[in-house]
Design a binder for this molecule. Structure first.
Ligand code: GCU
Length: 343
C-alpha cells in the first residue's frame, strides 16, 4: 500500500522563476579586520510562515547575530510567506544554490532520504524537550544531517520544533477517528502523512501549505492538521474554527543550506555561523512555548474552539504506522537511539 516517491524534483519553470528572484549576492561593504572593507554575502532564506511566526523571528535574529559576529561578511535575508515558492521547491532551489537556506518540514526530506520519516511518526517524541535534545544530538542525527551533501549538495543545519500537531475542521469537533469518516483532510506531500490520515478513516488531500487557507475556504478540503501557532498565524481558524486536540505527533522542521555556500566560510565565520544557529534555535524553542499559549488565547478570542478529545483513540488508530514505516536497519537503530534519549 505504501508507495514511496523518490526525489520529486521540480519543474524547471519554478526554478527559472526563483532564479529571477536571485540567490546569495554580494551586498554592501563590510568592515574588514584591518579596517579595510570587504563585501557582504547576503544569503536568502526561504520560509513559508508569516513574520509573526517564531521561525521568522528566530531566523531574523540568526542573521543579525551572524552579520555582527563576522563583521558584516555574512548576512541572512529571510523571505517569509512562501514568497520564494512552496516547500517542495525549496529542496531543489537550495540544492542548486538558487537560494541558500530554507526551512522545510520533515516530510520534504523524507522524499529524498527515507530515514527522515522517523521525525513524522507518532509517538517517536514524548514532547518538545525530548525532541529538541535529539535534534541537537550529533551522535543521533549527525550522519542524517550530512547525508544529503553528496547526493543533493544540501547540509542540514539543524531542527526546529513544530510542536504538537492536531486536527482542525470546518464543521465541528472530532471526538474520535469515527468523526473523520469521509472527510477530506489536507496533508503535506508525503507517504507517511497520507497513511496517517487514511489510518484515521479520512481521505488525505495533499496541498502546499500556502494553499491550505483557500483550500479550507473553498471546501477543497474539510480540515487540516497542524500546531496551534501555524493554525493561528496563518489565519486557518477563520475558515476551520474547530481544533480537536488529537496531538498525534510532535512535528519537526529543518533548516537546510547549500553545502557549497557553507564550504565558502572560513573556519572563523563557520564558528560564528554555528554559534548564531545555536542562539536562534534556543530562542525558537523558548518562543514556541509562550507563543503557543498566546495563539490559543488569540484564536479563542476570535471565535475558535479548542476541544480535548479522545486522544487515545487517535493514538491507537495510528499505532500500526510505526511498523509500517520503520523498515530498514538504520531507521530502527535511529528510532531506538531516539527512544533511549527519552526521560
Ligand atoms: C508546520 C511547519 C511547516 C509546514 C507546515 C505544513 O507549520 O512548521 O514547515 O510546512 O506545518 O503543514 O505544511
Amino acid at each position: 500500500m505504501r508507495s514511496k516517491t523518490r526525489v520529486a524534483f521540480l519543474a524547471t519553470t519554478a526554478i527559472a522563476a526563483l532564479t529571477l528572484a536571485g540567490c546569495s549576492g554580494t551586498g554592501g561593504d563590510a568592515e574588514g579586520g584591518d579596517g579595510g572593507s570587504t563585501s557582504t554575502t547576503v544569503m536568502k532564506l526561504a520560509l513559508n510562515q508569516p513574520e509573526t511566526h517564531p521561525s521568522f523571528i528566530a531566523l531574523e535574529a540568526f542573521g543579525e547575530q551572524l552579520n555582527e559576529a563576522t563583521d558584516g561578511r555574512w548576512d541572512v535575508e529571510v523571505h517569509p510567506n512562501s514568497t520564494l515558492g512552496n516547500q517542495d521547491e525549496y529542496l531543489q532551489s537550495v540544492s542548486q544554490g538558487v537560494i541558500d537556506l530554507a526551512v522545510v518540514s520533515a516530510p520534504q526530506l523524507e522524499n529524498v532520504n527515507e530515514d527522515f520519516v522517523l521525525f513524522s511518526l507518532p509517538k517517536v517524541f514524548d514532547d518538545i524537550d525530548h525532541q529538541m535534545s535529539v535534534l541537537s544530538d550529533q551522535e543521533i542525527v549527525g550522519d542524517l544531517y550530512s547525508s544529503l551533501e553528496e547526493s543533493n549538495n544540501i547540509t542540514v543545519v539543524g531542527g526546529l520544533t513544530q510542536g504538537e500537531r492536531s486536527i482542525y475542521l470546518k464543521d465541528g469537533v472530532a471526538e474520535t477517528p469515527a468523526d473523520l469518516k469521509g472527510k477530506k483532510i489536507r496533508v503535506q506531500e508525503s507517504p507517511v502523512f497520507m497513511a496517517m490520515i487514511e489510518a484515521l478513516g479520512a481521505s488525505p488531500t495533499p496541498l502546499p501549505f500556502g494553499d491550505v487557507y483557500s483550500g479550507l475556504q473553498s471546501g477543497v478540503v474539510d480540515g487540516a492538521e497542524n500546531n496551534e501557532i501555524s493554525y493561528f498565524s496563518n489565519k486557518h481558524h477563520e475558515v476551520a474554527p474547530y481544533l480537536s486536540y488529537t496531538r498525534h505527533l510532535v512535528g519537526a522542521d529543518f533548516v537546510i543550506i547549500n553545502s557549497d555556500t557553507l564550504a565558502e566560510m572560513t573556519d572563523e565565520d563557520r564558528a560564528a555561523f554555528d554559534e548564531a544557529w545555536t542562539a536562534a534555535w534556543e530562542q525558537h524553542t523558548d518562543l514556541w512555548k509562550t507563543d503557543t499559549e498566546k495563539a490559543v488565547a488569540d484564536a479563542e478570542a476570535a471565535g475558535a474552539e479548542f476541544a480535548e478529545v479522545d486522544a487515545d483513540a487517535f493514538a491507537e488508530a495510528l499505532e500500526p504506522l510505526l511498523d509500517e514505516f520503520l523498515t530498514t536497519d538504520s531507521q530502527k537503530a535511529t528510532y531506538e537511539a531516539i527512544r533511549g534519549a527519552a526521560e
